[in-house]
Design a protein around this ligand. Structure first.
Ligand code: CA
Length: 632
């Protein structure tokens, strides 16, 4: 294929930073990369709704260097919608601008925008509230925007909207905080939002019909999703409300991570980039077959220069324009190492503390070139500073995601003891440093933690399941690395419909997915939440839980031998001295302590920084529990 030749790359790699529509009060300049087009025009429209066919003006485009077409229009075009109209490979196409910064309903037409006019008051002063910290100081909670507010007991007004995350003082019928107040109180540092760029699986024009999707189906990469805005027709509204959301979260001390899905697009054939430069964005072989490592029908050809540039530009744009503090790359293992490194470099130039992490699974994909290393766990050494979701710890603690009934370490699976011990010290076999592991036992995928524990422990009492849940949480929160959890895990979230537990709720109704805030009014759920809150506070209280280098771990964390089958213990000698015992068994575990008084800060009932009691000489860890002692 011609795109893959060195000659094509050389002739048609454009390095300018002005693709898309660049607005000023005097004129707007349109630039579109389409090297194989015969002719191109910009069509200007009064509305973003394709049902309205009235064209205001047709602007012919001129072809320049590196395959970039340019058109200019004088006057103030802020709020004018437009499309790219082109003749490509004997076909006439009309599509949205791949570099669109604003769009109308359902993302069919782009809009010219004066971005400064969308800034909320105080936006110029808005900063990452956790800037300057290391990734190991982060505590990340993953949230779907709609799950946040759809529960009738959420107490929120802007149900399913960006603005729900700007509401203050929201609470359950029993008076327990919900929403942003709740996350603040919980102590997290980062909120990771499931896709909030413009995706395709929800019809923005029918907001009154219940629709739900996680949003892993990108349409316009550089524009917020419209269904979360109060008015998806007017291109500026979603942008303004998105920024208001970011500012409200930042104002409460929490940073924002965005889930980005560059590895595939919603529809490979109708994706605007692939229409303008047919097939360029996707991995397609000589027989015209699309590579499908993503399982979504196409894989992005990130190794091509103008796709790589597109990804770098897009991520940088979200960091610059929307003040995004971290990026979670969906199926990063399909993207090439060079693209990830260039993206990190471009963003870190102006925002040195932005977090980068993602799913580094090893996946089959058909590259358009040979010898292109991919951003997977096995190549962690090639992407320093990029962290990977730790499935070794996840499956070790809770059991395999591929068999609902497979138990993990906390449910009695002794084979996982070694893996859990390695991960506690921040070093799964593929992970060179604690800064490169995202430690977790639940995310949007698969069964929730509590459902998984239930499914893998037939006959267990509810009290046992809760104890296992708390033990798993203690391991995640106190392991070296970066703790991560799905919102609601901390109060026993389940996802169930009439048939039972749902392990893939990407398009399930709100009744399955919503966070059931009312549960917090029940002591059993509130107590588990308190336990998580205490673990988070403990983690944040000392650098001993936040080591960055493997060598530091080697010097500071030592296993305690002889505690018995499946029981793990560690001495931590850092800024303070700690003793940690992880006991998944049904019997109490005794151990001898070095001289001195040892304060209990975590036991089977509670967790935090304040002493719950003191041990000298010997200590006892209760059945199915984590115990943490701090030397006085
Ligand atoms: Ca959309």
């Amino acid at each position: 294929m011609q795109y893959s030749t060195a000659a094509f790359e050389k002739e048609y790699t454009y390095e300018g930073n002005d693709l898309g529509a660049t607005w000023s009060p005097e004129e707007t300049v349109f630039k579109v990369w389409a090297p194989t087009a015969e002719w191109m025009q910009i069509l200007l429209y009064p509305t973003g709704d394709p049902k309205n066919r009235e064209v205001l003006q047709t602007l012919p485009m001129e072809k320049g260097e590196q395959g970039v077409w340019t058109a200019r229009a004088s006057g103030d075009l802020n709020g004018i919608y437009y499309t790219c109209h082109a003749r490509v490979e004997r076909e006439t196409v009309e599509v949205c601008d791949p570099y669109a910064k604003a769009v109308g309903i359902n993302g069919h037409r782009a809009m010219v925008i004066d971005l400064a006019s969308t800034n909320p008051v105080g936006w110029e002063q808005d900063r990452d509230p956790n800037g300057g910290k290391s990734i190991t100081q982060a505590v990340i909670c993953e949230l779907h925007l709609r799950d946040l507010s759809m529960d009738p007991q959420s107490g929120m007004e802007h149900k399913g909207k960006y603005l729900a995350l700007t509401e203050k003082g929201t609470h359950t019928p029993g008076g327990k905080s919900t929403g942003l107040d709740y996350f603040c109180d919980l102590g997290i540092t980062h909120l990771q939002l499931l896709p909030v760029y413009d995706y395709g699986s929800v019809d923005e024009a029918t907001p009154d019909r219940e629709q739900y999707n996680w949003g892993y189906d990108p349409v316009n990469y550089n524009v917020p999703e419209g269904s979360y805005a109060t008015d998806p027709y007017r291109g500026e509204v979603r942008i303004r409300e998105f920024k208001e959301m970011i500012k409200a979260i930042h104002d409460r001390g929490i940073s924002v991570v965005m889930d980005v899905v560059y590895n595939h697009v919603y529809h490979r054939d109708s994706f605007c980039f692939n229409r303008l430069v047919p097939g360029y964005f996707s991995r397609i072989n000589e027989r015209d077959e699309y590579s499908n490592g993503s399982g979504c029908g196409n894989d992005t050809a990130s190794e091509r220069s103008m796709v790589r540039k597109y990804i770098v530009d897009s991520v940088k744009y979200w960091a610059d324009e929307y003040h995004i503090d971290g990026f979670r790359f969906d199926l990063a293992g399909l993207l090439d190492v060079q693209t990830i490194r260039q993206t990190m470099d471009a963003v870190h130039k102006n925002h040195p503390n932005v977090l980068f992490y993602g799913e580094g699974w090893h996946m089959g994909t058909t590259l358009t070139r040979q010898n292109v290393p991919l951003c997977n766990q096995g190549n962690a050494q090639l992407v320093p500073g990029f962290a990977f979701f730790n499935d070794t710890l996840r499956d070790g603690l809770r059991g395999s995601v591929f068999a609902a009934d497979a138990p993990g370490y906390v449910s009695g699976n002794g084979e996982q003891t070694g893996a859990v011990a390695d991960c506690f010290r921040g070093g799964a076999f593929w992970c060179p440093h604690p800064t490169q592991t995202i430690n977790y036992v639940s995310c949007h995928d698969n069964l929730t933690l509590f459902d998984k524990l239930t499914a893998s422990s037939p006959g267990a009492y509810r009290e046992q399941l809760i104890a296992r849940n708390k033990l798993a949480a203690a391991v995640v929160m106190l392991s070296q690395g970066v703790p991560f959890f799905q919102a609601g895990e901390e109060f026993l979230r389940t996802k169930r419909d009439a048939r039972g537990m749902v392990d893939n709720s990407y398009a399930s109704p709100d009744s399955v997915n919503r966070i059931q805030w009312g549960l917090l009014d029940q002591p059993e759920h509130a107590q588990v939440r308190d336990y998580y809150r205490g673990l988070i506070a403990l983690r944040k209280s000392s650098p001993d839980w936040q080591m960055n280098e493997a060598s530091q771990v080697e010097r500071s964390i030592f296993p305690i031998e002889g505690l018995g089958d499946r029981v793990l213990g560690f001495w931590i000698r850092g800024r303070e001295e700690w003793c940690v015992v992880l006991n998944p068994t049904n019997r109490a575990v005794m151990l001898e302590l070095p001289r001195g008084n040892w304060e209990v800060v975590v036991d089977e009932r509670a967790a935090g920084t304040a002493p719950l009691g003191v041990f000298t000489q010997t200590a006892q860890a209760a059945p199915i529990s984590a115990m943490v002692l701090r030397k006085q």
